[in-house]
Each structure stands twice: as C-alpha cells, then as structure tokens.
Design a binder for this molecule. Sequence first.
Ligand SMILES: [Zn+2]
Length: 59
Amino acid sequence: MSQLSKSSLCKWKKKDMSNHFDMLSELVNRPAYLCVKCGRAANKKRNLCKAKSITIAED
Ligand SMILES: [Zn+2]
C-alpha cells in the first residue's frame, strides 16, 4: 500500500488524484464521513482532516 492511502485525502494534490484515480475511487466509493473543512467525502475517518460522520436518513 502506498503512503497516499494512509494520508488525508485533503492533503492529496491534484496530480495525486489523477495519477492514483483507482486508489482514490476505493477510498471514496462508500462514503461514511465528510470533511467539514474541505467538503470532501471518504469511507474512512482517517482519510479526512476534519471528518464528521454522515448521517443517512432511513425511512
Ligand atoms: Zn479536510
């Protein structure tokens, strides 16, 4: 695993996103957290700098 997958998505550079699109997709394909600072979403809390869990309304 690359270091990138362990670091906050908020710190990824535009170039990282295009170069590692597959990895990025895996990190955000089932978003459960939203970064309240940057507005990014991710599956894991550790991938965001100010993660807040997304509450999904169920009926
Ligand atoms: Zn952030």
